[in-house]
Design a binder for this molecule. Sequence first.
Ligand code: ADP
Length: 439
Amino acid sequence: MNPRLLFWIPAMLRLAFILAGGAIVGAMFGAVYGAMLALAAVTILLFVQLSYLSKLGEWLEDPHSSRLPDGWGSWTGIFSRLYRLRRDDERNQAELTEWLARFRQAMHLLPDGVAIMDDVLFLEWCNPAAEQHLGLTLDKDKGMRITNLIRHPAFIDYIILGRYEQPLTLALRERKLICQIIPFENRRQILVTHDATETQRIEEMRRDFIANASHELRTPLTVIVGFLEIASSEPGLDAATRAAHLKLMTEQGRRMQRLIEDMLTLSRLESVDYPLRPERVDMAAMMSAIADEARALSAGKHTVTSDVSGPDVTGSAEELRSAFGNLASNAVRYTPAGGTIDLRWQQGPDGPQFVARDSGIGIEQIHIARLTERFYRVDKSRSRETQGTGLGLAIVKHVLLRHRGQLAICSEAGKGSTFTVSLPQSMALEKSRDGIIAA
Ligand code: ADP
């Protein structure tokens, strides 16, 4: 039924009932009594209405659905409708609060920065990533103009030109940021920031690597091509010169071969398609082979000692051999004749350790942090003279990353170096009494 009728029909009936009551009493006991009764009934009715009105007023001060008073007469319908409205409202509000909490949490976790500004670029809100990227503090900077907060000239130009369809790359607070403004709702703008420092670093590394690798390969190739040109332009070369040229070409060819092999090893170690295949590694046998190789490389110019007291391990024998072999070969190559090289496999405080100690040329502190970078050399000519590729320690680093190992370098220029590889204790294997290996 029409709600208006629902209200008026009972109200009119109630009034009609009072008037009829008054008329009956008036007919029976006189008009004065009838009028008094009708007046008393109307007063009571008015008082009841006023009391419900006051209850409604009180409830509106704190309109919670659970505290809504019960009604009488027309008030029953009004209160029940108010109850339904309030309950729906509360449900919507709860949903909104939950949604807002979820949105806030998502924005907190988002690695990209998001800042919302009004049409005249006054900051309204930003997430923690934006605070970090742009050096903002929401509580302090809210309501400030964004160009007063980010005073980078390129950013100000970006705002002035208003070409927001293109992102802007900004070097800000030692970060490379990709920023873009996205207008929305006609009166608001979102500033999105993405930290591209790591991506750019990797891109730079890739570019450097290609440049270095090309340079490293070009040098021996130039030598080989040079000798080949001499051989073809001067057919009458004497046998001794020809032999000397061939020897040099072979050396340069081998250098290229070593370089390519090391580059392939590195790319294999970095490849996700080349998972680690752990196997039991006989450390005594490996250490003996590494020491023999070091002695062969030294050709009797150094005293090479080796000691094995640590356990066998589980890991990639080929990769560990390559890492430890590189450290042993470096010890020989960077130690002048007459020096000592000590190779050890031992149990360290937190796991098994490989130690290569030499009494060689040592390394100045400023170089130590960069030694595992590809093609980083302290002394280029010495590295080349001793057949170095500049990739040995990068290979060591990647092998250790795959084995969760750590490399510690302790060195003093002119006094020698100690390279210590620590492997996790979980890699160590113990020999049980019946000779079966157990982890
Ligand atoms: P390289 O093939 O040039 O030896 P590595 O990556 O093995 O390349 O080593 C990087 C650089 O670290 C070397 O060029 C050398 O300058 C320095 N280095 C490595 N091992 C030693 C060592 N035992 N003593 C002194 N310098 C070392």
